[in-house]
Design a binder for this molecule. Structure first.
Ligand code: DGY
Length: 323
């Protein structure tokens, strides 16, 4: 079994790091709270001797960084998305990339469902009412939200997470499921009786639209001015994928104009959301700090996958989740 120098770009809860150390690897962990933000220069300095990096989705690992890490052989990303890593360049340098698919499917679908419920039933405004001590009486006409039952739900990207959410919405709310993406998908069609539409048709047809596709060159600003123009004025838009899939200026214009429409976003462009972001001004846009995979089971299983991949790599065995 080979022993590696491993650089981990943040603290991960649970036994992962202890187990790696017990296996004889040398581990350096960046502690963001003590060490501050991990800049490119600090990453290069700290990972200089590393064969393995454990990365977070918030770390940009571009060609500039990769070119300066001559010993690097494996990046294990603690997330399913890996758009923060220059994969093409990494592969050209024979650096292997692994991610953590499957184990966070349910957690992320759960969060998409939570966002949908929170915006449909005005939970943020209702909670603020209690916290601000403004609850005076039972309000016959206050906080009236939207029902989710039997609504038309359009899934953009019927992969694991999109399909899981579709099943949950079909089961819980008897929703009619539609989907779009580059290819037709058997599972969502057979389990949810989902119908395949073009993005334009789906945008026009659906009451709820949720985004689950990966972020790449093809999906950059997929939801642009033309697509927003097709949305219903009271659409519910959910995004737990990546902020950059939506043109954020157009998102602002649409939700500023259509107060009946609601957005539930776990992701935005350029996270964390800037203090002066205009999106903060909109009551109909509900934003969370990218917590899709943040449940106890998912995070433990993600760490386990990282351990399994590093162990397999140290024994020259096949990696479980290579991308
Ligand atoms: C990921 O892991 O890429 C997702 O954004 C989960 O929130």
């Amino acid at each position: 079994m080979k022993k590696f120098n491993i650089f981990a770009t943040d603290i991960i809860q649970g036994p992962l790091y202890e187990r790696l150390k017990k296996d004889g690897h040398k581990l350096t962990v960046w502690d963001r709270r003590e060490d501050g933000p991990l800049t490119s220069e600090k990453m290069i300095e700290n990972a200089n001797d590393s064969e393995v990096i454990i990365s977070m989705l918030s770390n940009t690992i571009d060609a500039y960084i990769l070119a300066q890490l001559p010993k690097l052989k494996l990046i294990t990303q603690y997330a399913v998305g890996f758009n923060n890593i220059d994969i093409k360049y990494a592969h050209s340098k024979e650096i292997i990339i692994c991610n953590t698919p499957n184990v966070l499917t349910e957690a992320t679908a759960e969060l998409a469902m939570a966002l949908m419920l929170a915006v449909a039933r005005n939970l943020e405004a209702a909670r603020k009412n209690v916290l601000n001590k403004e609850w005076e009486t039972w309000e016959p006409s206050g906080f009236i939200g939207n029902s989710l039952f039997k609504k038309k739900h359009g899934i953009i990207g019927a992969g694991r997470i999109g399909t899981q959410l579709a099943k949950m919405c079909k089961g819980a709310f008897d929703q009619e499921i539609y989907y779009t993406g580059p290819n037709r998908k058997d599972e969502i069609e057979s389990s949810c009786n989902a119908k395949y539409l073009s993005l334009e048709e789906l945008a026009q047809e659906c009451d709820i639209i949720s985004i689950h596709c990966p972020y790449n060159e093809e999906t950059h600003k997929l939801i642009d001015k033309k697509i927003f123009a097709l949305f219903k004025n009271n659409v519910i838009l959910i995004n737990t994928a990546r902020g950059e899939i939506i043109d954020e200026e157009e998102l602002f214009s649409f939700f500023e104009k259509h107060k009946e429409a609601k957005a539930g976003l776990d992701v935005v462009c350029n996270e964390p959301l800037k203090a002066d972001s205009p999106l903060r001004k909109l009551d109909n846009v509900f934003i969370l700090p990218h917590i899709g995979s943040a449940n106890d089971e998912a995070r433990l299983n993600m760490a386990q996958l990282i351990y399994d991949n590093i162990s397999a790599f140290s024994k020259d065995e096949e990696l479980k989740t290579r991308v």
